[in-house]
Design a protein around this ligand. Structure first.
Ligand code: ATP
Ligand code: MG
Length: 370
């Protein structure tokens, strides 16, 4: 439909020059664009070149007559619905009128034509053509906008996934540096202090007490460094895998929040790539944080298993139950982030809350194994 002209044109097909000129004057006087064809063959050529709002077709012409031309025009996909009005002499009988309709005519007018009637009919078809043109333009525009939206959504999604993994890698790098650089420096400091403490005469009580508090300070700092590094990227996730990391995190959470965690984890080690383990672990952390912050729960049940080629993690609390509106609210950035995390793997997250009965979240991540 891209070749539909913005200005509606009318094709006048008549072998009689006088008729063509008269029709052209009549239609042009009311502002229409007119194209003239002097035979059936000529009409077919015109229809190949452009679209028309309506075709006025003389029935009787030498060579390809009006009926044959109309039928051919109707057979072409592009001109299948172009309206054709047959114009013919009064001598024609009823059967030729039927032939006209069979060939795809929408109307049949007998000469001499009453100009006002013709003008009226033409204006109906021109209006229709213009509306159709407008509609086609709108549809094309909407398609373009939809396509644009779809690509920018895909781009945003890819960007979000990229940022997520960059952030995770950055966390790993900083955790390693903190652990290695600061950890080694603190260990060195502690060894030096041990050397100094040994050299101190026992009667230097203040100095001995001072080294004692310095040991405590160094030990406290070593603990803090370890905690910061672990928060950035838990070693247990990389060293022991997802299930031990989940267990460790649940234990830590229980200690800090006082909410009891019951675990049901697979006994065998899971065969899971780093990206999937990280996604599942980060989602688990976010779910625990949400429970502590919003649920007012006293217990959490965690179950993890492999089911039909997908890792399934279920976290259920006995709190107040998540509100249905919050589940899909664009303001729920935490939940949105979880959904985004599983999307690259074709995974899904289902969240269900029952008032005062708790919240159940089911995370599934296809393992992508063949
Ligand atoms: N376990 C839960 N029990 C009850 N309500 C919950 C629970 N988890 C989430 N919600 C509700 O869903 C909302 C959206 O959670 P989401 O994690 O997206 O955001 P948030 O925790 O409020 O903020 P953010 O995670 O961005 O720091 C929460 O504000 C809370 O009202
Ligand atoms: Mg949250």
């Amino acid at each position: 439909m891209d070749s539909v002209l913005s200005q509606a044109c009318i094709l006048v097909v008549d072998d009689d020059r006088k008729n063509r000129v008269a029709m052209e004057e009549l239609l042009q006087s009311s502002g229409h664009c007119v194209v003239l064809a002097e035979s059936g063959e000529d009409a077919l050529r015109c229809v190949l070149k452009q679209d028309f709002a309506v075709i006025l077709m003389d029935a009787r012409m030498p060579g390809v007559d009006g009926f044959t031309a109309a039928r051919t025009i109707r057979e072409r996909e592009r001109s299948r619905s172009t309206p054709i009005i047959f114009l013919t002499g009064a001598y024609e009988d009823l059967s030729s009128m039927f032939r006209g309709y069979e060939a795809g005519a929408v109307d049949y007018m007998i000469k001499p034509i009453v100009p006002e009637v013709l003008q009226f009919k033409i204006s109906v078809f021109v209006d229709l053509y213009n509306k159709n043109f407008e509609l086609t333009r709108e549809i094309a525009e909407r398609r373009r906008v939809e396509e644009h939206l779809r690509t920018s959504e895909e781009n945003l999604r890819a960007l979000a996934a990229h940022l997520q993994s960059v952030r995770e890698e950055e966390g790993v790098r900083i955790a390693r540096e903190i652990h290695d650089e600061l950890g080694q420096a603190l260990t060195g400091l502690k060894m030096d202090l041990t050397w100094v403490a040994k050299k101190l005469p026992p009667d230097q009580k203040t100095l001995v007490a001072k080294t004692g508090s310095m040991f405590d300070l160094i030990d406290g700092t070593i603990q803090s460094v370890r905690k910061i590094a672990t928060r950035l990227r838990p070693e247990v996730l990389d060293e022991l895998g997802l299930a031990p990391a989940i267990e460790w995190q649940a234990r830590e959470f229980q200690k800090r929040s006082g909410i009891r965690c019951r675990l049901s984890l697979p006994a065998d080690a899971l065969v899971l790539d780093r990206e999937r383990s990280t996604a599942a672990f980060r989602i688990f952390q976010e779910l625990l944080t949400n429970t502590a912050r919003h649920a007012n729960a006293t217990r959490i049940d965690v179950a993890m298993r492999v089911d039909s080629g997908a890792l399934v993690l279920e976290v259920e609390d006995n709190g107040k139950g998540i509100d249905g509106a919050a589940t899909f609210s664009p303001k729920s950035l935490g939940l949105m982030g979880m959904r985004e995390r599983v999307l690259p793997f074709g995974g899904a997250i289902e969240i269900a809350g029952m008032k005062d009965q708790g919240t159940k979240v089911r995370v599934s991540i296809p393992l992508g194994l063949k």
